[in-house]
Design a binder for this molecule. Structure first.
Ligand code: 7PM
Length: 293
């Protein structure tokens, strides 16, 4: 059970993180992981298609949408700042009417600032604001941020990840980034944490992290996780990306049972059902433990 205030502010929209929230992925990259880049038409977002996809995810129960214009896939081509802005900003504008939190998956200081102006509710940064100017850019907005752990850089991170104690090292890194945020004037009430499944981690590292995820609760900040269709699920099941939904939902349930508040996923419908089951269990536990029933 979560202590204290569980309501988090996302630029005027509020979510109660005592209830698991589902974040749907909208990939605006030509080489995107499992949704094959079909949201881009000759380099620009197909807004009709994007609206359709967003509508389906919202109808299925997503309370957040994560919009990304830079691929962090190992070996992906670097994107120019302008190109990334041209992919993301029209989409932010087109999705304003949806009553969900619009998250922008970026490390780019320019896009961080512009996103705030275009109505974003969260910055999701796989580089935890380590890019030059990113901390300052985020501090200049009033947006919350998700700080993710990654070992190395996307291009080489899966070559030979090494840890002595993966959970301790991920925790220590996140603690340091929270301190850097606070020094830059970003208060703890604006920070979420993510262990970064698959980002410079072997299957063993990912499993250790998932199994010890509750350790991150000691940092007393909300935890977001992305496990959807990832390679670790492919290794475990032997299945292709498009056939990893059930494995991803199973992993999401484990993460939520160990304290995660937000699940980032391609498969909103199935994940929302699973979260409803988790939620009922938490409710039952809470009423019994407080002696109300
Ligand atoms: C290749 C490898 C393509 C990995 C795409 C991916 C996360 C994220 C991503 C995550 C947060 C994917 C990832 N993963 N942001 N962005 N947490 N906060 O599976 O785990 O979409 S990209």
């Amino acid at each position: 059970m979560k202590a204290g205030n569980t309501i988090m502010q996302f630029a005027g929209k509020q979510l109660d993180l005592a209830t698991p929230q589902v974040m749907g992925i909208l990939n605006l990259t030509p080489d995107s992981f499992s949704d094959g880049g079909e949201l881009l038409r000759s380099g620009s977002p197909d807004l009709t298609l994007v609206r359709q996809r967003a509508e389906a995810m919202v109808a299925a129960g997503a309370s957040m949408l994560d919009i990304g214009g830079e691929s962090t896939r190992p070996g992906a081509k670097a994107v120019s700042s302008q190109e990334e802005m041209d992919r993301v900003l029209p989409v932010l504008e087109a999705l304003q009417k949806f009553a969900v939190v619009l998250s922008v998956d970026t490390s780019n200081p320019e896009l961080i600032k512009a996103s705030a102006q275009y109505g974003a509710g969260l910055i999701n940064d796989v580089r935890a604001l380590e890019r030059t100017g990113a901390l300052e850019a985020l501090a200049a907005t009033s947006l919350p941020v998700c700080l993710m752990h990654m070992q190395g850089q996307p291009s080489t991170m899966q070559q030979e990840p090494v840890y002595t104690d993966v959970i301790a090292e991920v925790s220590q890194y996140l603690v340091q980034r929270v301190a850097a945020c606070e020094l830059a004037g970003i208060s703890r009430s604006r920070i979420l944490l993510d262990p970064g499944f698959g980002f410079g981690k072997t299957l063993q590292h990912n499993l250790q992290l998932l199994n010890s995820l509750e350790v991150l609760q000691t940092l007393q900040l909300p935890v977001l996780v992305g496990l959807s269709r990832k390679r670790m699920l492919g290794i475990i099941t032997g299945k292709a990306e498009k056939d990893r939904m059930v494995a991803g939902v199973a992993a999401a349930v484990i993460a939520v049972m160990k304290g995660a508040c937000i699940i980032r996923t391609h498969d909103v419908d199935a994940t929302v059902d699973a979260m409803k089951v988790c939620e009922q269990l938490a409710f039952t536990t809470r009423t019994i433990s407080t002696g109300v029933l």
